[in-house]
Design a binder for this molecule. Structure first.
Ligand SMILES: NC(=O)c1ccc[n+]([C@@H]2O[C@H](COP(=O)([O-])OP(=O)(O)OC[C@H]3O[C@@H](n4cnc5c(N)ncnc54)[C@H](O)[C@@H]3O)[C@@H](O)[C@H]2O)c1
Ligand SMILES: N[C@@H](CCC=O)C(=O)O
Length: 541
Protein backbone atom coordinates (compact mmCIF):
# COMPACT_ATOMS: atom_id res chain seq x y z
CA UNK A 1 0.00 0.00 0.00
CA UNK A 2 1.49 3.33 -1.04
CA UNK A 3 -0.63 5.78 0.98
CA UNK A 4 0.91 7.63 3.91
CA UNK A 5 -1.67 7.17 6.61
CA UNK A 6 -2.38 9.20 9.69
CA UNK A 7 -2.04 7.15 12.84
CA UNK A 8 -4.69 7.45 15.57
CA UNK A 9 -4.05 10.43 17.85
CA UNK A 10 -3.26 8.90 21.25
CA UNK A 11 -4.87 9.97 24.51
CA UNK A 12 -4.02 8.62 27.95
CA UNK A 13 -6.12 5.63 28.94
CA UNK A 14 -8.76 6.35 31.60
CA UNK A 15 -7.89 5.00 35.05
CA UNK A 16 -10.74 2.89 36.44
CA UNK A 17 -11.58 3.42 40.12
CA UNK A 18 -12.53 -0.13 41.26
CA UNK A 19 -14.89 1.34 43.87
CA UNK A 20 -16.92 -1.18 45.91
CA UNK A 21 -19.94 -2.31 43.87
CA UNK A 22 -18.49 -1.23 40.50
CA UNK A 23 -18.65 -3.56 37.50
CA UNK A 24 -14.89 -3.36 36.98
CA UNK A 25 -14.28 -4.43 40.58
CA UNK A 26 -16.39 -7.55 40.32
CA UNK A 27 -14.80 -8.49 36.96
CA UNK A 28 -11.38 -8.08 38.53
CA UNK A 29 -12.29 -10.09 41.63
CA UNK A 30 -13.60 -12.93 39.45
CA UNK A 31 -10.42 -13.00 37.36
CA UNK A 32 -8.22 -12.92 40.46
CA UNK A 33 -10.04 -15.99 41.79
CA UNK A 34 -9.65 -17.86 38.50
CA UNK A 35 -5.95 -17.09 38.09
CA UNK A 36 -5.05 -17.67 41.75
CA UNK A 37 -5.95 -21.33 41.39
CA UNK A 38 -4.69 -21.80 37.84
CA UNK A 39 -1.18 -23.15 38.63
CA UNK A 40 0.00 -23.03 35.01
CA UNK A 41 3.19 -23.79 33.13
CA UNK A 42 4.92 -20.46 32.51
CA UNK A 43 6.59 -21.38 29.27
CA UNK A 44 9.07 -19.74 26.96
CA UNK A 45 7.74 -18.69 23.54
CA UNK A 46 10.19 -19.37 20.73
CA UNK A 47 9.19 -18.92 17.11
CA UNK A 48 5.57 -18.89 18.27
CA UNK A 49 5.87 -22.19 20.11
CA UNK A 50 5.47 -22.55 23.83
CA UNK A 51 7.76 -24.88 25.74
CA UNK A 52 9.30 -25.01 29.18
CA UNK A 53 12.93 -23.97 29.49
CA UNK A 54 15.40 -26.81 29.83
CA UNK A 55 16.96 -25.61 33.10
CA UNK A 56 16.03 -25.77 36.76
CA UNK A 57 12.39 -25.18 37.72
CA UNK A 58 11.39 -21.98 39.52
CA UNK A 59 8.12 -21.63 41.46
CA UNK A 60 6.33 -18.34 40.85
CA UNK A 61 4.39 -17.48 44.01
CA UNK A 62 2.12 -14.81 45.44
CA UNK A 63 4.50 -12.58 47.44
CA UNK A 64 1.76 -11.83 50.01
CA UNK A 65 1.09 -15.56 50.42
CA UNK A 66 4.29 -17.33 49.49
CA UNK A 67 2.87 -20.81 49.98
CA UNK A 68 0.54 -20.18 47.06
CA UNK A 69 2.18 -21.17 43.76
CA UNK A 70 0.80 -19.43 40.67
CA UNK A 71 2.81 -21.41 38.20
CA UNK A 72 6.10 -23.00 37.38
CA UNK A 73 8.72 -21.61 35.06
CA UNK A 74 12.13 -23.00 34.18
CA UNK A 75 15.50 -21.40 33.73
CA UNK A 76 16.40 -21.18 30.04
CA UNK A 77 19.50 -23.08 28.96
CA UNK A 78 22.16 -21.95 26.51
CA UNK A 79 20.44 -24.08 23.84
CA UNK A 80 17.09 -22.37 24.57
CA UNK A 81 18.69 -18.99 24.01
CA UNK A 82 20.36 -20.16 20.80
CA UNK A 83 16.96 -21.43 19.59
CA UNK A 84 15.35 -18.09 20.40
CA UNK A 85 18.03 -16.19 18.48
CA UNK A 86 17.65 -18.47 15.52
CA UNK A 87 13.83 -18.03 15.53
CA UNK A 88 14.29 -14.25 15.68
CA UNK A 89 16.73 -14.29 12.76
CA UNK A 90 14.30 -16.37 10.72
CA UNK A 91 11.44 -13.95 11.39
CA UNK A 92 13.49 -10.81 10.68
CA UNK A 93 13.28 -10.48 6.85
CA UNK A 94 9.48 -10.70 6.67
CA UNK A 95 8.94 -8.46 9.72
CA UNK A 96 11.20 -5.68 8.53
CA UNK A 97 9.70 -5.88 5.02
CA UNK A 98 6.21 -5.35 6.41
CA UNK A 99 5.00 -1.74 6.14
CA UNK A 100 4.99 0.39 9.27
CA UNK A 101 1.18 0.54 9.20
CA UNK A 102 0.90 -3.25 9.30
CA UNK A 103 3.34 -3.48 12.21
CA UNK A 104 1.68 -0.60 14.05
CA UNK A 105 -1.73 -2.23 13.68
CA UNK A 106 -0.57 -5.22 15.75
CA UNK A 107 0.38 -3.01 18.69
CA UNK A 108 -2.67 -0.74 18.38
CA UNK A 109 -4.84 -3.85 18.43
CA UNK A 110 -2.97 -5.11 21.51
CA UNK A 111 -3.71 -1.76 23.20
CA UNK A 112 -7.42 -2.03 22.42
CA UNK A 113 -7.59 -5.65 23.58
CA UNK A 114 -5.87 -4.67 26.81
CA UNK A 115 -8.19 -1.70 27.31
CA UNK A 116 -11.15 -4.09 26.90
CA UNK A 117 -11.31 -7.87 27.27
CA UNK A 118 -7.75 -8.41 28.53
CA UNK A 119 -7.75 -5.67 31.17
CA UNK A 120 -8.87 -7.81 34.11
CA UNK A 121 -6.46 -10.60 33.17
CA UNK A 122 -3.33 -8.44 33.12
CA UNK A 123 -4.38 -6.56 36.25
CA UNK A 124 -5.24 -9.76 38.14
CA UNK A 125 -1.94 -11.37 37.11
CA UNK A 126 0.00 -8.30 38.26
CA UNK A 127 -1.83 -8.17 41.58
CA UNK A 128 -1.24 -11.86 42.24
CA UNK A 129 2.30 -12.20 40.95
CA UNK A 130 3.77 -8.84 41.96
CA UNK A 131 1.56 -8.01 44.95
CA UNK A 132 0.13 -4.78 43.54
CA UNK A 133 -3.04 -3.21 44.86
CA UNK A 134 -5.92 -2.86 42.40
CA UNK A 135 -5.08 0.80 41.76
CA UNK A 136 -1.34 0.18 41.38
CA UNK A 137 -2.04 -2.65 38.93
CA UNK A 138 -4.51 -0.52 36.98
CA UNK A 139 -2.06 2.37 36.47
CA UNK A 140 0.66 -0.10 35.46
CA UNK A 141 -0.49 -3.22 33.63
CA UNK A 142 -3.54 -1.58 32.09
CA UNK A 143 -3.13 2.17 31.60
CA UNK A 144 0.63 2.61 31.25
CA UNK A 145 1.05 -0.36 28.93
CA UNK A 146 -1.89 0.77 26.79
CA UNK A 147 -0.35 4.25 26.66
CA UNK A 148 3.08 2.90 25.69
CA UNK A 149 1.54 0.89 22.86
CA UNK A 150 -0.53 3.79 21.50
CA UNK A 151 1.85 6.69 22.01
CA UNK A 152 4.82 4.79 20.56
CA UNK A 153 2.94 4.36 17.28
CA UNK A 154 2.40 8.13 17.09
CA UNK A 155 6.03 8.85 18.04
CA UNK A 156 7.29 6.39 15.43
CA UNK A 157 5.27 8.14 12.74
CA UNK A 158 6.71 11.48 13.93
CA UNK A 159 10.22 10.03 13.73
CA UNK A 160 9.73 8.69 10.20
CA UNK A 161 8.46 12.13 9.14
CA UNK A 162 11.75 13.74 10.18
CA UNK A 163 13.43 14.32 6.83
CA UNK A 164 16.40 16.38 5.60
CA UNK A 165 16.25 19.42 3.32
CA UNK A 166 16.76 19.07 -0.43
CA UNK A 167 18.42 21.56 -2.77
CA UNK A 168 17.30 22.21 -6.39
CA UNK A 169 17.84 19.15 -8.58
CA UNK A 170 18.43 16.89 -5.57
CA UNK A 171 16.13 14.83 -3.38
CA UNK A 172 17.48 13.87 0.07
CA UNK A 173 15.72 11.26 2.13
CA UNK A 174 16.21 9.50 5.45
CA UNK A 175 15.21 5.91 5.78
CA UNK A 176 14.83 4.63 9.35
CA UNK A 177 15.99 1.04 9.09
CA UNK A 178 15.64 -1.44 11.95
CA UNK A 179 18.93 -2.54 13.52
CA UNK A 180 20.77 -5.43 11.90
CA UNK A 181 20.52 -8.40 14.22
CA UNK A 182 18.31 -8.82 17.30
CA UNK A 183 17.45 -6.64 20.27
CA UNK A 184 17.69 -8.14 23.74
CA UNK A 185 14.98 -6.84 26.10
CA UNK A 186 15.64 -7.64 29.76
CA UNK A 187 12.87 -6.46 32.04
CA UNK A 188 12.36 -5.88 35.80
CA UNK A 189 9.85 -7.34 38.23
CA UNK A 190 8.16 -4.17 39.32
CA UNK A 191 6.22 -2.89 36.30
CA UNK A 192 4.24 -5.04 33.87
CA UNK A 193 4.08 -1.97 31.62
CA UNK A 194 7.86 -1.70 31.41
CA UNK A 195 8.10 -5.43 30.81
CA UNK A 196 5.67 -5.06 27.88
CA UNK A 197 7.18 -1.85 26.53
CA UNK A 198 10.82 -2.86 26.23
CA UNK A 199 10.27 -5.66 23.68
CA UNK A 200 7.35 -4.02 21.84
CA UNK A 201 8.94 -0.60 21.28
CA UNK A 202 11.92 -2.21 19.53
CA UNK A 203 9.64 -4.57 17.56
CA UNK A 204 7.45 -1.67 16.42
CA UNK A 205 10.50 -0.14 14.74
CA UNK A 206 10.96 -3.34 12.71
CA UNK A 207 13.37 -5.21 14.96
CA UNK A 208 13.19 -8.79 16.14
CA UNK A 209 13.53 -9.30 19.87
CA UNK A 210 14.58 -11.76 22.55
CA UNK A 211 12.63 -10.88 25.70
CA UNK A 212 13.70 -12.09 29.11
CA UNK A 213 11.29 -11.06 31.85
CA UNK A 214 12.11 -11.26 35.54
CA UNK A 215 11.08 -14.63 37.05
CA UNK A 216 9.06 -12.74 39.68
CA UNK A 217 7.10 -10.96 36.93
CA UNK A 218 6.77 -14.09 34.81
CA UNK A 219 3.08 -14.61 35.64
CA UNK A 220 1.98 -11.28 34.10
CA UNK A 221 4.62 -11.58 31.35
CA UNK A 222 3.08 -14.90 30.32
CA UNK A 223 -0.29 -13.21 29.73
CA UNK A 224 1.33 -10.25 27.99
CA UNK A 225 2.84 -12.66 25.47
CA UNK A 226 -0.59 -14.25 24.93
CA UNK A 227 -2.10 -10.78 24.46
CA UNK A 228 0.45 -9.93 21.76
CA UNK A 229 -0.32 -13.21 19.99
CA UNK A 230 -4.04 -12.44 20.16
CA UNK A 231 -3.25 -9.09 18.54
CA UNK A 232 -1.60 -10.90 15.63
CA UNK A 233 2.10 -10.60 16.41
CA UNK A 234 3.77 -12.99 13.95
CA UNK A 235 5.80 -15.90 15.38
CA UNK A 236 9.46 -15.19 16.03
CA UNK A 237 9.21 -11.39 16.20
CA UNK A 238 9.32 -11.40 20.00
CA UNK A 239 10.72 -14.56 21.56
CA UNK A 240 10.39 -14.95 25.28
CA UNK A 241 12.99 -16.86 27.26
CA UNK A 242 12.48 -17.44 30.97
CA UNK A 243 14.62 -17.63 34.08
CA UNK A 244 17.40 -15.81 35.83
CA UNK A 245 19.36 -14.59 32.84
CA UNK A 246 22.66 -16.39 33.15
CA UNK A 247 22.24 -18.22 29.85
CA UNK A 248 21.23 -14.92 28.24
CA UNK A 249 24.46 -13.36 29.45
CA UNK A 250 26.51 -16.26 28.18
CA UNK A 251 24.91 -16.71 24.76
CA UNK A 252 23.07 -13.57 23.62
CA UNK A 253 25.65 -11.06 24.83
CA UNK A 254 28.38 -12.94 22.99
CA UNK A 255 26.41 -13.28 19.74
CA UNK A 256 27.76 -11.36 16.71
CA UNK A 257 24.23 -10.21 15.86
CA UNK A 258 23.45 -8.57 19.18
CA UNK A 259 22.20 -5.23 17.88
CA UNK A 260 20.87 -3.66 21.06
CA UNK A 261 20.00 -4.10 24.71
CA UNK A 262 16.79 -2.60 26.07
CA UNK A 263 17.15 -2.97 29.82
CA UNK A 264 15.39 -1.84 32.95
CA UNK A 265 16.50 -3.10 36.33
CA UNK A 266 19.23 -2.57 38.87
CA UNK A 267 22.37 -0.57 38.31
CA UNK A 268 24.53 -3.60 39.16
CA UNK A 269 22.91 -5.80 36.48
CA UNK A 270 23.12 -3.04 33.89
CA UNK A 271 26.81 -2.53 34.60
CA UNK A 272 27.37 -6.27 34.23
CA UNK A 273 25.62 -6.22 30.83
CA UNK A 274 27.56 -3.17 29.63
CA UNK A 275 30.87 -4.63 30.85
CA UNK A 276 30.17 -7.90 29.00
CA UNK A 277 29.37 -6.01 25.81
CA UNK A 278 32.65 -4.12 26.24
CA UNK A 279 34.56 -7.37 26.60
CA UNK A 280 32.95 -8.74 23.41
CA UNK A 281 33.10 -5.52 21.42
CA UNK A 282 35.31 -6.84 18.61
CA UNK A 283 32.99 -9.75 17.90
CA UNK A 284 29.81 -7.86 16.95
CA UNK A 285 28.75 -6.95 13.44
CA UNK A 286 27.86 -3.42 14.64
CA UNK A 287 28.03 -1.45 17.87
CA UNK A 288 25.11 -2.63 20.03
CA UNK A 289 22.78 0.13 21.18
CA UNK A 290 22.66 0.05 24.97
CA UNK A 291 19.64 1.58 26.68
CA UNK A 292 19.27 1.04 30.40
CA UNK A 293 17.03 2.63 33.01
CA UNK A 294 18.19 1.64 36.47
CA UNK A 295 18.12 2.47 40.17
CA UNK A 296 17.30 5.57 42.15
CA UNK A 297 17.56 7.21 45.56
CA UNK A 298 14.77 9.64 44.97
CA UNK A 299 14.33 12.72 47.10
CA UNK A 300 11.68 15.04 48.46
CA UNK A 301 13.05 18.38 49.65
CA UNK A 302 10.69 20.57 51.62
CA UNK A 303 11.18 24.32 52.12
CA UNK A 304 10.00 26.16 55.27
CA UNK A 305 7.13 27.52 53.12
CA UNK A 306 5.90 23.95 52.37
CA UNK A 307 2.30 23.03 53.11
CA UNK A 308 2.58 20.17 55.67
CA UNK A 309 -0.51 18.43 54.23
CA UNK A 310 0.93 18.42 50.71
CA UNK A 311 4.24 17.13 52.03
CA UNK A 312 2.63 14.36 54.11
CA UNK A 313 0.62 13.08 51.14
CA UNK A 314 3.58 13.29 48.75
CA UNK A 315 5.67 11.25 51.20
CA UNK A 316 3.03 8.63 51.95
CA UNK A 317 2.15 8.05 48.32
CA UNK A 318 5.67 8.60 47.01
CA UNK A 319 7.43 6.36 49.52
CA UNK A 320 4.94 3.61 50.29
CA UNK A 321 2.69 2.96 47.29
CA UNK A 322 3.60 -0.42 45.81
CA UNK A 323 5.75 -1.00 48.90
CA UNK A 324 8.30 1.57 47.71
CA UNK A 325 9.26 -0.76 44.87
CA UNK A 326 9.24 1.92 42.21
CA UNK A 327 12.52 3.19 40.87
CA UNK A 328 10.95 6.62 41.39
CA UNK A 329 9.90 6.05 45.02
CA UNK A 330 10.73 8.73 47.56
CA UNK A 331 13.34 7.19 49.81
CA UNK A 332 14.93 10.28 51.36
CA UNK A 333 13.24 13.42 52.62
CA UNK A 334 14.73 16.70 53.81
CA UNK A 335 12.31 18.55 56.06
CA UNK A 336 12.76 21.91 57.85
CA UNK A 337 12.27 21.73 61.60
CA UNK A 338 9.31 24.16 61.64
CA UNK A 339 7.38 22.03 59.13
CA UNK A 340 8.42 18.74 60.75
CA UNK A 341 7.16 19.91 64.14
CA UNK A 342 3.74 20.56 62.59
CA UNK A 343 3.44 17.30 60.62
CA UNK A 344 5.50 14.60 62.34
CA UNK A 345 2.83 13.04 64.57
CA UNK A 346 0.16 13.08 61.89
CA UNK A 347 2.60 11.68 59.32
CA UNK A 348 3.60 8.78 61.58
CA UNK A 349 0.00 8.07 62.61
CA UNK A 350 -1.23 8.09 59.01
CA UNK A 351 1.63 5.80 57.99
CA UNK A 352 0.72 3.38 60.77
CA UNK A 353 -2.89 3.36 59.57
CA UNK A 354 -2.00 2.15 56.06
CA UNK A 355 -3.33 -1.33 55.44
CA UNK A 356 -0.74 -3.96 54.51
CA UNK A 357 -1.84 -7.43 53.42
CA UNK A 358 -3.33 -9.61 50.73
CA UNK A 359 -3.92 -7.06 47.98
CA UNK A 360 -5.58 -9.58 45.69
CA UNK A 361 -7.90 -11.05 48.33
CA UNK A 362 -9.07 -7.69 49.70
CA UNK A 363 -9.18 -4.96 47.07
CA UNK A 364 -9.32 -2.20 49.66
CA UNK A 365 -5.75 -2.95 50.84
CA UNK A 366 -3.22 -0.12 50.35
CA UNK A 367 0.01 -2.15 50.32
CA UNK A 368 1.04 -5.73 49.60
CA UNK A 369 4.25 -7.63 50.24
CA UNK A 370 7.74 -7.03 48.87
CA UNK A 371 8.61 -9.17 45.92
CA UNK A 372 10.60 -12.09 47.34
CA UNK A 373 12.74 -13.49 50.14
CA UNK A 374 15.85 -11.67 48.89
CA UNK A 375 14.13 -8.30 49.00
CA UNK A 376 12.65 -9.13 52.41
CA UNK A 377 16.09 -10.04 53.81
CA UNK A 378 17.57 -6.78 52.48
CA UNK A 379 14.86 -4.64 54.07
CA UNK A 380 15.00 -6.58 57.33
CA UNK A 381 18.75 -5.97 57.51
CA UNK A 382 18.26 -2.24 56.82
CA UNK A 383 15.64 -1.93 59.58
CA UNK A 384 17.76 -3.96 62.04
CA UNK A 385 20.76 -1.76 61.28
CA UNK A 386 18.67 1.36 61.89
CA UNK A 387 17.36 -0.05 65.18
CA UNK A 388 20.91 -0.69 66.32
CA UNK A 389 22.28 2.72 65.24
CA UNK A 390 22.39 5.35 67.98
CA UNK A 391 21.83 8.24 65.55
CA UNK A 392 18.73 6.80 63.84
CA UNK A 393 15.22 6.99 65.28
CA UNK A 394 12.89 4.30 63.94
CA UNK A 395 9.63 6.26 64.05
CA UNK A 396 7.64 3.32 62.72
CA UNK A 397 8.31 0.09 60.82
CA UNK A 398 8.48 -3.68 61.26
CA UNK A 399 8.52 -6.88 59.21
CA UNK A 400 7.08 -10.38 59.18
CA UNK A 401 7.55 -13.06 56.53
CA UNK A 402 5.56 -15.89 58.11
CA UNK A 403 2.77 -15.73 55.48
CA UNK A 404 3.97 -13.19 52.94
CA UNK A 405 7.06 -11.02 52.57
CA UNK A 406 5.57 -8.14 54.53
CA UNK A 407 7.56 -5.04 55.41
CA UNK A 408 5.46 -2.34 57.09
CA UNK A 409 6.00 1.25 55.92
CA UNK A 410 9.08 2.41 57.76
CA UNK A 411 10.21 5.93 58.66
CA UNK A 412 13.77 6.48 59.86
CA UNK A 413 14.82 9.88 61.19
CA UNK A 414 18.54 10.57 61.13
CA UNK A 415 20.62 13.66 61.95
CA UNK A 416 23.51 12.59 59.71
CA UNK A 417 22.58 13.45 56.08
CA UNK A 418 25.43 11.24 54.82
CA UNK A 419 24.14 8.08 56.51
CA UNK A 420 23.55 4.99 54.33
CA UNK A 421 19.78 5.58 54.50
CA UNK A 422 20.25 8.68 52.30
CA UNK A 423 22.64 7.02 49.87
CA UNK A 424 21.79 3.36 49.22
CA UNK A 425 18.82 2.14 47.18
CA UNK A 426 16.85 -0.33 49.36
CA UNK A 427 13.93 -0.54 46.91
CA UNK A 428 11.36 -1.07 49.62
CA UNK A 429 9.01 0.87 51.90
CA UNK A 430 11.79 2.56 53.88
CA UNK A 431 11.97 6.36 54.02
CA UNK A 432 14.93 8.23 55.52
CA UNK A 433 14.10 11.69 56.93
CA UNK A 434 16.68 14.36 57.66
CA UNK A 435 15.33 17.30 59.67
CA UNK A 436 17.27 20.53 59.13
CA UNK A 437 17.18 23.98 60.68
CA UNK A 438 15.02 26.32 58.58
CA UNK A 439 17.92 28.69 57.89
CA UNK A 440 19.98 25.85 56.30
CA UNK A 441 17.85 25.31 53.15
CA UNK A 442 20.69 26.28 50.76
CA UNK A 443 23.21 24.14 52.62
CA UNK A 444 20.86 21.16 52.48
CA UNK A 445 20.43 21.52 48.71
CA UNK A 446 24.21 21.50 48.27
CA UNK A 447 24.66 18.46 50.51
CA UNK A 448 21.89 16.25 49.12
CA UNK A 449 22.52 17.09 45.46
CA UNK A 450 25.36 14.61 45.07
CA UNK A 451 25.33 12.40 48.15
CA UNK A 452 23.71 9.47 46.30
CA UNK A 453 25.10 8.22 42.97
CA UNK A 454 21.68 8.32 41.28
CA UNK A 455 19.74 11.04 39.46
CA UNK A 456 16.30 9.63 38.71
CA UNK A 457 13.42 11.54 40.36
CA UNK A 458 12.97 14.21 43.00
CA UNK A 459 10.51 16.78 44.31
CA UNK A 460 10.55 20.23 45.83
CA UNK A 461 7.63 21.01 48.13
CA UNK A 462 7.37 24.79 48.70
CA UNK A 463 5.06 27.72 48.26
CA UNK A 464 7.83 30.32 48.02
CA UNK A 465 8.55 30.84 44.30
CA UNK A 466 12.19 31.85 44.94
CA UNK A 467 12.72 28.58 46.82
CA UNK A 468 11.17 26.58 43.96
CA UNK A 469 13.39 28.36 41.44
CA UNK A 470 16.49 27.86 43.59
CA UNK A 471 15.83 24.13 44.05
CA UNK A 472 15.03 23.66 40.38
CA UNK A 473 18.33 25.29 39.38
CA UNK A 474 20.56 23.76 42.06
CA UNK A 475 19.12 20.28 41.53
CA UNK A 476 19.18 20.52 37.73
CA UNK A 477 21.39 17.46 37.32
CA UNK A 478 20.12 15.54 40.36
CA UNK A 479 16.96 14.15 38.71
CA UNK A 480 15.78 13.26 35.21
CA UNK A 481 12.18 13.75 36.40
CA UNK A 482 11.71 16.73 38.72
CA UNK A 483 8.42 17.51 40.43
CA UNK A 484 7.16 20.73 42.02
CA UNK A 485 4.62 20.23 44.82
CA UNK A 486 3.97 16.63 43.88
CA UNK A 487 5.22 13.15 44.72
CA UNK A 488 8.20 11.94 42.66
CA UNK A 489 6.33 8.87 41.31
CA UNK A 490 3.59 8.27 38.77
CA UNK A 491 4.99 9.61 35.49
CA UNK A 492 2.41 9.36 32.71
CA UNK A 493 3.35 8.39 29.14
CA UNK A 494 3.18 11.40 26.83
CA UNK A 495 3.11 13.81 29.78
CA UNK A 496 6.26 13.21 31.83
CA UNK A 497 8.76 11.28 29.66
CA UNK A 498 10.61 9.11 32.17
CA UNK A 499 14.25 8.39 32.90
CA UNK A 500 17.26 9.49 34.90
CA UNK A 501 20.97 10.10 34.53
CA UNK A 502 24.17 9.43 36.51
CA UNK A 503 23.92 5.87 37.95
CA UNK A 504 20.19 5.82 37.11
CA UNK A 505 20.70 5.03 33.46
CA UNK A 506 21.10 6.31 29.95
CA UNK A 507 17.99 8.55 30.21
CA UNK A 508 16.55 7.62 26.84
CA UNK A 509 13.06 8.47 28.16
CA UNK A 510 10.84 5.41 27.83
CA UNK A 511 7.70 6.00 25.79
CA UNK A 512 9.11 8.89 23.78
CA UNK A 513 10.61 9.60 20.39
CA UNK A 514 14.05 9.73 22.08
CA UNK A 515 13.74 6.09 23.01
CA UNK A 516 12.47 4.93 19.62
CA UNK A 517 15.37 6.59 17.82
CA UNK A 518 17.69 4.11 19.56
CA UNK A 519 16.01 1.21 17.73
CA UNK A 520 16.59 2.49 14.22
CA UNK A 521 19.67 2.96 12.11
CA UNK A 522 19.13 5.81 9.66
CA UNK A 523 20.21 5.62 6.04
CA UNK A 524 20.56 8.88 4.11
CA UNK A 525 19.69 8.67 0.43
CA UNK A 526 20.70 11.45 -1.97
CA UNK A 527 19.37 11.34 -5.49
CA UNK A 528 20.61 13.77 -8.15
CA UNK A 529 18.07 14.12 -10.93
CA UNK A 530 20.30 15.51 -13.70
CA UNK A 531 23.82 14.48 -12.73
CA UNK A 532 26.84 16.49 -14.00
CA UNK A 533 28.79 15.04 -16.89
CA UNK A 534 31.89 17.26 -16.67
CA UNK A 535 34.25 16.97 -13.71
CA UNK A 536 35.69 20.52 -14.07
CA UNK A 537 34.71 23.40 -11.71
CA UNK A 538 34.54 27.07 -12.83
CA UNK A 539 37.69 28.00 -10.86
CA UNK A 540 39.70 25.60 -13.03
CA UNK A 541 39.16 27.94 -16.01
N1 LIG B 1 14.83 3.69 35.94
C1 LIG B 1 13.74 2.99 35.65
O1 LIG B 1 12.95 3.33 34.77
C2 LIG B 1 13.44 1.74 36.44
C3 LIG B 1 12.18 1.16 36.33
C4 LIG B 1 11.92 -0.01 37.06
C5 LIG B 1 12.88 -0.56 37.87
N2 LIG B 1 14.10 0.04 37.96
C6 LIG B 1 15.14 -0.52 38.84
O2 LIG B 1 15.09 -1.93 38.77
C7 LIG B 1 15.53 -2.50 40.00
C8 LIG B 1 14.51 -3.51 40.47
O3 LIG B 1 14.25 -4.45 39.47
P1 LIG B 1 14.85 -5.92 39.51
O4 LIG B 1 15.01 -6.35 40.93
O5 LIG B 1 14.01 -6.74 38.61
O6 LIG B 1 16.29 -5.67 38.89
P2 LIG B 1 17.42 -6.77 38.53
O7 LIG B 1 18.59 -6.01 38.01
O8 LIG B 1 17.62 -7.71 39.64
O9 LIG B 1 16.74 -7.60 37.35
C9 LIG B 1 16.35 -6.99 36.14
C10 LIG B 1 16.34 -8.06 35.06
O10 LIG B 1 17.69 -8.45 34.82
C11 LIG B 1 17.76 -9.87 34.87
N3 LIG B 1 19.12 -10.26 35.22
C12 LIG B 1 19.69 -10.24 36.44
N4 LIG B 1 20.97 -10.66 36.35
C13 LIG B 1 21.19 -10.93 35.04
C14 LIG B 1 22.32 -11.40 34.30
N5 LIG B 1 23.47 -11.68 34.89
N6 LIG B 1 22.19 -11.54 32.96
C15 LIG B 1 21.02 -11.27 32.33
N7 LIG B 1 19.93 -10.85 32.99
C16 LIG B 1 20.01 -10.67 34.32
C17 LIG B 1 16.69 -10.24 35.87
O11 LIG B 1 16.34 -11.61 35.80
C18 LIG B 1 15.58 -9.31 35.44
O12 LIG B 1 14.92 -9.82 34.31
C19 LIG B 1 15.68 -1.34 40.97
O13 LIG B 1 17.03 -1.00 41.06
C20 LIG B 1 14.88 -0.22 40.29
O14 LIG B 1 15.29 1.08 40.66
C21 LIG B 1 14.40 1.16 37.25
N1 LIG C 1 7.55 5.37 35.75
C1 LIG C 1 7.26 5.02 37.10
C2 LIG C 1 8.39 4.31 37.77
C3 LIG C 1 9.00 3.18 37.04
C4 LIG C 1 10.02 2.52 37.88
O1 LIG C 1 9.84 1.64 38.66
C5 LIG C 1 6.92 6.24 37.92
O2 LIG C 1 7.05 7.35 37.44
O3 LIG C 1 6.56 6.07 39.08
Amino acid sequence: MDAISNVPVPANERVYGYAPGSAERSALEDRVKELAGASIDLTMTIGGEQRLGGGVPIDVVQPHNHASVLGRTNDATAQDVRDAISAARQAAPAWRALSFDERAAVFLKAADLLAGPWRATLNAATMLGQSKSAYQAEIDSACELIDFLRFNVAYARQLYAEQPASSPGVWNRMEYRPLEGFVLAITPFNFSAIAGNLPTSAALMGNVVIWKPSPTQQFAAHFTMRLLEAAGLPPGVINMVTGNGQAISEVALAHPELAGIHFTGSTATFQHLWRTVGENIASYRGYPRIVGETGGKDFVVAHPSADPGVLTTALIRGAFEYQGQKCSAASRAYVPRSVWNRMRDDFVATTESLTVGDVSGDLSTFMGAVIDDRAFAKHKAAIDRARAASNIDVLTGSYDDSVGYFVKPTILECADPADEIFVKEYFGPILGVHVYEDRDFDQVLDQMEGIAPYALTGSIIAQDRYAIAAASERLRFAAGNFYVNDKPTGAVVGQQPFGGARASGTNDKAGSIFNLIRWVNARTIKETFVPPTDHRYPHMG
